[in-house]
Ligand binder design. Structure first.
Ligand SMILES: *Cc1c(COP(=O)(O)O)cnc(C)c1O
Length: 398
């Protein structure tokens, strides 16, 4: 290794000392209720495949057909020659699904956020961001030249104070996950929508973990809350989602009015300067949208099973933070103890990833259970049994 890279040895050793080094795994099977990882078959609580579509043959067949006709490479940015008729059809379907005028598909959800935020706010503007937003939203805020204001997690009063404080700014943008990926809790979207409206701020809601799962039609938490607060659909002006989680494909998207999408297609740098994703993946996503429409039982059953699992964990003394969803953390606190617990589950044939800083705050390391519609009662029962009663008690964090 060249001497200019010698610092890496020390940097990695420090990660080891703090139990923060990530070991990359190899999955040897498709994503399913059971997976083979590093040679071991385990029940899989470590995929965001909430509806069980990642390996659904209908998606694979749709992708294979387009792979046969279009080949593998998109060849250019979507604004040059990369956007195929399949991408265009997917955007039309996404707009229809989301009840909006228009949609734009990005290579990933991360790319969507990294490109959209700097395209909406810049110098002289303010961006107001929840403290535990996803890394892609954080990076999108950092890439913009807008002044950044971080409000405490889900703290609507603090958000209102910031909106008052930033009233001199040219434009304001509020950004929030709808379903927070490490806590499984939900943003107070109705209140945030009202504030956005009252202070004439743009509101970007990232539905990455909610698309396909929440709402009567599976559009996400904006739809879910709109059942009792219909104005929210209008107030959540910019809605981001991913094709890569419940929809079982790959890519990110944003939906909204025509002018918004036109502007983003012209100015989001991760759209303009990145090759379009595979057309085959877009075909898989279209097949997924059909299934979300035709098989609502997947999302309703998943949410029922998630509620039952949360209840069982709480009964056994585990700290599941404020989860109200299919994403269920088991907060342990200490990174070492969390790794040990994940190891114990692994020995019992259960794959539940350990989440440590910097993904979560210091002393809030946790296991993260991603429940899928595919999990059987027996598989969930095995997890509950293997966890047993919390031996260290609730709130172990220090
Ligand atoms: C996963 C995630 C993303 C990134 O989506 P990818 O398609 O995986 O790049 C963006 N935002 C949130 C809130 C996420 O959880």
């Amino acid at each position: 290794m060249h001497s200019s890279l010698h610092w890496l040895k020390g940097a990695l050793a420090r990660l080891d000392l703090q139990s923060l080094r990530r070991r990359r795994t190899v999955r040897e099977s498709c994503q399913a209720a059971e997976v083979a990882i590093d040679g071991q078959r385990m029940v899989n609580f470590g995929a965001n495949d909430y509806l069980g579509l990642a390996a659904d043959p209908r998606l694979a067949e749709a992708a294979a057909r387009v792979l046969g006709s279009d080949g593998s490479g998109s060849g250019a940015s979507p604004i040059v020659s990369g956007r195929s008729r399949v991408h265009a059809e997917l955007e039309r379907r996404l707009a229809e699904f989301e009840h909006t005028e228009s949609a734009l598909v990005f290579p990933s959800g991360f790319a969507a956020n990294a490109g959209i935020i700097p395209a909406l706010v810049g110098e002289g503007d303010a961006v107001l961001s929840d403290a535990v937003n996803h890394a892609s939203l954080i990076d999108g805020c950092r890439l913009s030249k807008a002044e950044r204001f971080i409000y405490p997690h889900c703290d609507v009063a603090a958000l209102e104070r910031l909106l008052i404080e930033t009233s001199h700014c040219r434009r304001r943008l509020i950004v929030t996950d709808s379903l927070f990926s490490m806590d499984g809790d939900v943003a107070p979207l109705v209140e945030i929508g009202q504030l956005a409206d009252r202070y004439n701020a743009m509101l970007l809601v990232d539905e990455a973990h909610a698309t396909g799962v929440w709402g009567a039609e599976g559009r996400g938490l904006v739809e879910h809350f709109s059942a009792t607060a219909p104005q929210l659909e209008q107030q959540a002006t910019i809605r981001v989602g991913t094709l890569s989680k419940a929809l079982g494909a790959c890519g990110g998207f944003v939906v909204g009015p025509n002018e918004l999408i036109e502007w983003l297609a012209n100015s989001a740098r991760s759209y303009v300067f990145s090759t379009a994703g595979m057309a085959a993946s877009a075909a898989a996503a279209i097949a997924a949208l059909d299934i979300v429409r035709d098989e609502p039982f997947r999302r309703t059953e998943l949410l029922t099973h998630a509620a039952m699992l949360r209840e069982q964990l709480v009964e056994r003394g585990w700290d599941i933070a404020d989860s109200t969803s299919q994403v269920i953390p088991v907060v342990v606190g200490d990174a070492d103890k969390t790794l040990a617990l994940a190891g114990k589950l692994r020995e019992a044939g259960l794959y539940v990833p350990a989440i440590r800083p910097p993904t979560v705050a210091e002393d809030s390391s946790r296991l993260r259970i991603s429940l899928s519609w595919l999990h059987t009662e027996e598989q969930v029962g095995r997890l509950v049994e293997a966890l047993g009663k919390n031996p260290i008690g609730r709130g172990v964090s220090s």
